[in-house]
Design a binder for this molecule. Structure first.
Ligand code: ADP
Length: 489
């Protein structure tokens, strides 16, 4: 029972009423039900008509023949005997013949009417309510073809000739045939539905393949991916070709944009570095500057510095996008590296940074400078988005084949729906909140929403992954996982 319920719920999940597969299957099935149903109904009706018409014709034949027989017999024997002989001549087990006078008394009747087999109601026996044209009637739950006609012989009306033929067994046979026809139709419709569902599913396979391929395309492999489908229908083939052309155009546009960002960042970085240098030397040597002038120069210098870092970040991402970012992966002692990075971060902030180190040496395989940049970015964010009175913790451990580094803070946290987006370029949780953050004391990050996308690019470039767990008001924990040098001791 449980299995059946589970299978039913799985089937319900697989059936999507809005899908093309569902609509085509239902449409074609409805047409086959209509077609086969009408064919079955028409065939049944025609079989019934053929049955009834042949019996009606039999009754008509008897009514036509009977007066001739009576005339022949009455030339040799008295009328009543002649009538009886003519009736016996025609009688069969399912046929009832009787002749009655106009007052209703029966002149002669077939033997079949005498036995218990058939009880014709008195009304009919008296000739009342007998139809002049053959018709089907239900008498005592049996189907009869009833017909009657005035009996004329030797120019005289002798009475009324009544004929009743029992067609119940033929009718039952017909019902069985109609029922079998119905069962066959339903089975054929079920088989057609299954075959059509499978056929439609197969026909839509190239579309599904296309959608899977399209979902796997990232900005980086726009130029390399082309849709190659197995035996696609012409329409899907055409769609795939159009899609391929679009991919090439997108790739060219994307490449152009990447080059543009790279070139602009490169061209702007040099003059800005010179400007920053001049501002710094003016500040150093400007003993006769007034306080407002010094403050203005300091703001200009710090903004120039911030913009230089933004350009560096952009250059870094442009390099990663075009695949020319090279990583020098080698075994590093993480314990030393973390101490060094934390020392660097402490130069820019008085906030407490706790190192929760493993009691043994942890060796990670990474690019030294890139890993430092990753940790510096994460620690900078932790300091930036938490209260100066709250400590930031850097913890690392080694599992079987991996090294896990966690940077946690007890800061403002990140809302759940934004946790997947913070690794996107230029994405900031709350522009106002981020800009007003503790920036002056912390010159570690550009503050343009690029820091975490660089972290992700670098970590993934070193064969690792980065994730976040955060709760608003309680703090955030960023986890970097990288390959370990040697198995866990
Ligand atoms: P930004 O330069 O703005 O810090 P990032 O890419 O480093 O850019 O971070 C993106 C956004 O993620 C930030 O604007 C901030 O809102 C959020 N964020 C990053 N780190 C933390 C953290 N430790 N605590 C709370 N929010 C964070």
């Amino acid at each position: 029972m449980v299995d059946f319920l589970q299978a039913a719920s799985r089937l319900r999940k697989r059936i999507d009423p809005l899908s093309l597969q569902f609509r085509l299957t239902v449409g074609i099935t409805a047409v086959s039900i209509l077609g086969l149903g009408s064919l079955a109904a028409l065939t049944s009706w025609q079989m019934y008509q053929t049955l009834v018409n042949s019996h009606r014709q039999g009754a008509v034949n008897i009514i036509e023949r009977f007066p001739r027989d009576v005339t022949l017999y009455t030339e040799m024997v008295p009328l009543e005997v002649g009538l009886k002989k003519a009736i016996d001549n025609l009688a069969t087990p399912n046929l009832f013949i009787w002749v009655n006078r106009s007052d209703g008394t029966v002149l002669a009747q077939s033997e079949t009417l005498k036995g218990p087999y058939m009880n014709i109601p008195a009304q009919l026996m008296a000739g009342l309510e007998m139809p002049s044209q053959p018709l089907v009637a239900t008498v005592n739950e049996r189907y009869l073809i009833l017909s009657s006609s005035p009996l004329k012989a030797k120019g005289k009306i002798l009475g009324q000739l009544n004929v009743a033929q029992d067609i119940t067994s033929d009718q039952v046979q017909l019902m069985i045939m109609v029922r079998n026809l119905g069962i066959i139709c339903i089975s054929v419709i079920i088989a057609i539905t299954v075959v059509i569902a499978l056929y439609v599913e197969r026909s839509l396979q190239p579309l599904r393949q296309m959608s899977q391929m399209a979902a796997a395309i990232s900005a980086n492999d726009l130029g390399q991916v082309q849709m190659h489908l197995e035996h696609p229908p012409s329409e899907v083939k055409e769609l795939a070709q159009t899609f391929n052309t679009m991919l090439l155009r997108l790739s060219a546009a994307w490449e152009q944009q990447r080059q543009f960002v790279g070139n602009v960042s490169h061209e702007l970085r040099t003059p800005l570095t010179i400007v920053h240098g001049y501002l710094q030397s003016t500040l150093r040597r400007g003993g006769n500057l007034t306080e407002p002038q010094r403050e203005a120069l300091q703001i200009a210098s710090s903004e120039a510095n911030r913009t230089i870092r933004l350009l560096q970040d952009l250059l870094e991402l442009a390099r990663a996008d075009s695949g020319i970012m090279h990583f020098q992966l080698k075994p590093l002692v993480l314990n030393d590296l973390v101490v060094e990075v934390v020392g660097m971060a402490k130069q820019f902030s008085d906030q407490e940074i706790i190192i929760d180190a493993a009691p043994f040496l942890v060796e990670v395989i990474a690019d030294e400078n890139r890993l430092k940049q990753v940790l510096l970015n994460l620690i900078a964010n932790a300091l930036k988005y938490s209260d100066p009175s709250q400590p930031v913790t850097v913890m690392f451990i080694q599992t079987d084949e991996e090294v896990i580094i966690q940077v946690s803070d007890r800061g403002q946290g990140i809302p759940l729906q934004q946790q997947t987006r913070i690794f996107e370029r230029f994405y900031r949780v709350d522009e106002a909140r981020a800009r007003s953050s503790n920036r002056s004391s912390l010159d570690l990050s550009g503050g343009y929403g690029l820091g975490l996308s660089i972290v992700k690019t670098l970590v993934e470039g070193m064969g690792g992954r980065v994730a976040v767990r955060s709760k608003v008001g309680e703090g955030s924990m960023f986890t970097v996982t990288l390959p370990a040098q040697s198995p866990n001791p």
